[in-house]
Design a protein around this ligand. Structure first.
Ligand SMILES: [Zn+2]
Length: 61
């Protein structure tokens, strides 16, 4: 019987294999983080700072 637990999944996902995408604000690629596991599709910025800056920028326009 083979059951793949989330623990095994985490072990299988090596750092290099983590998904990544570019930050909408600074354009730098950022890698998947555990804290984003449930919201990865909604994450658009690499950091809280970029999120804040982007919001501030959009408010001006
Ligand atoms: Zn950024």
């Amino acid at each position: 019987m083979r059951v793949i637990s989330t623990f095994d999944m985490a072990k299988m996902i090596k750092k290099a294999n983590l998904p990544s995408k570019p930050c909408l604000y600074c354009g730098l690629d950022f890698a998947w983080r555990k804290k984003w596991a449930k919201v990865w599709d909604e994450v658009r910025y690499c950091s809280e700072r970029c999120k804040r800056e982007a919001k501030a920028a959009s408010r001006k326009g």
